[in-house]
Design a protein around this ligand. Structure first.
Ligand SMILES: Nc1nc2c(ncn2[C@@H]2O[C@H](COP(=O)(O)OP(=O)(O)OP(=O)(O)O)[C@@H](O)[C@H]2O)c(=O)[nH]1
Ligand SMILES: [Mg+2]
Length: 236
């Protein structure tokens, strides 16, 4: 079984990190994975850093990266992934929106020959949970349009939650430092010829902490990813 790295962007997630790390630790033990957890903390004004460090000493196999520049979820995910060492990487959010029970299904699908596997809220067996209807419609609509434009056969690319082989990350150049990294990575991996798949997952809207997502700012940023339609060379 190849090594798994779980990369978690975290900005002001002190209330979510303890239970998240405890559940991921149980999961990796149960699955008998050689697995490191990488928490990328940016400029948090709460106790995210100290809470994460405490958990790292208690659990072991947890790496904390503290960043002071280039804030943004995309930059955090890029840096965390570069600093990780697993052959298989899972991106999951620090607000406990993603269901860890989906991880083993994603990893199994990588084992079947897929290069990038998305947790999808929009396939049979998946659920948007308590995500608002308008956000769900926007994200579902975005993936549908991207599917038509790029020939992508997956249904949930606006969510960062996914699992991929390290070689996919190593072969594409990601430009987005913000949330747009999610569709950008999907589109570029597909254009580079990698095999994309999906498994159903359930979503839980954040219960603690505050959102950093601003639809007015991110809508145009997400749409700007369609520019990659006109770029022939996306691989490094
Ligand atoms: N390291 C780091 N993490 C970030 C940054 N911005 C957001 N995050 C994390 O990225 C994840 C997704 O951000 P959210 O604020 O939950 O965005 P969202 O899921 O679209 O919105 P809600 O869940 O509705 O609040 C969370 O784990 C955040 O803590 C950042 O600048 N740096
Ligand atoms: Mg969230």
């Amino acid at each position: 079984m190849p090594k798994v790295s779980i990369v978690i962007p975290a900005h002001n997630e002190a209330l979510n990190i303890p239970s998240l790390l405890e559940s991921l630790d149980s999961l990796r033990q149960r699955e008998h994975w050689d697995c490191e957890i990488v928490v990328v903390n940016d400029n948090s004004s709460d106790d995210t850093g100290s809470v994460a460090s405490g958990l790292a000493s208690k659990l072991g196999g947890v790496k904390i990266i503290t960043r002071v520049s280039d804030a943004g979820m995309g930059n955090a995910l890029k840096e965390g992934t570069s600093a990780s060492s697993g052959d298989i990487v899972i991106w999951t959010m620090g607000d406990k929106s993603d269901n860890p029970e989906t991880f083993p299904k994603m990893v199994a699908k990588i084992g079947e020959g897929y290069d990038m596997v998305f947790g999808s809220r929009y396939v049979k067996g998946g659920s948007r949970g308590d995500l608002s209807l308008h956000k769900a419609l926007l994200s579902r609509g975005y993936s549908l349009v991207a599917g038509l434009l790029f020939g992508l056969a997956v249904s949930d690319i606006t969510n960062a939650f996914r699992c991929f082989s390290r070689r996919v990350f190593d072969s594409v150049r990601l430009e987005s430092g913000d949330f747009a990294i999610s569709p950008e990575f999907a589109i570029k991996a597909h254009k580079a010829g990698f095999r994309l798949g999906e498994v159903p997952t359930g979503y839980t809207d954040r219960k603690e902490g505050r959102t950093t997502f601003k639809i007015v700012k991110m809508g145009p940023r997400y749409l700007s990813m369609f520019k990659f339609l006109f770029r022939r060379q996306n691989a490094r």
